[in-house]
Design a binder for this molecule. Structure first.
Ligand code: HEM
Length: 134
């Protein structure tokens, strides 16, 4: 059960991050409809990730990192957590501007949202890898 939840979390966070990268590539090539689909996919998988995360932390107690790179691990964990929280309002604002067709403002905030999102996805995987090799 624990492993399944962890693997599902890793898969959903990866799909979410990759969808953001795909969405950026699509918009760079002017594929607006595909950009829209990729970003909605990123949002859906991020929501699934959060649900899985909540279930996981409710049923499995988290154990502290015991490996040799405690300082680096703490930096990654804290930056990941803080930016994951910030990412939520950023995503809401970015998608709202897009749906309201306020693309001037969408274009201003979207690159920040995309960067934060990708950082959170990559560091989510790093935290797992750190614990794995600890
Ligand atoms: C979290 C979700 C989203 C992110 C991170 C995101 C990210 C981006 C980025 C980085 C750009 C390029 C900005 C630039 O040219 O400087 C962009 C442009 C654009 N986005 Fe999004 N986007 C998201 C959601 C959406 C959604 C849901 C839609 C459609 C309803 C959408 C429609 C567009 C359009 C039409 C443009 C081009 C605007 C123009 O060139 O005038 N985006 N987005």
């Amino acid at each position: 059960m624990k492993e399944i939840l962890i693997y599902l979390s890793l898969i959903t966070i990866a799909i979410s991050g990759l969808s953001i990268i795909a969405g950026i590539i699509f918009i760079l090539f002017g594929k607006k409809q595909w950009h829209h689909r990729a970003m909605i996919s990123a949002c859906i998988f991020a929501i699934i990730f959060v649900v899985l995360y909540v279930i996981r932390t409710m049923i499995i107690p988290t154990k502290p990192y015991e490996g040799p790179m405690k300082g680096l691990f703490s930096f990654i964990l804290w930056s990941h957590t803080i930016l994951a929280i910030i990412n939520f309002p950023l995503a809401v604002v970015t998608v709202r501007y897009a749906f309201k067709e306020n693309f001037e403002k969408h274009k201003k905030v979207a690159p920040i949202t995309a960067l934060v999102w990708i950082y959170v996805a990559i560091t989510g995987w790093l935290i797992y890898i750190f614990n794995l090799i600890a």
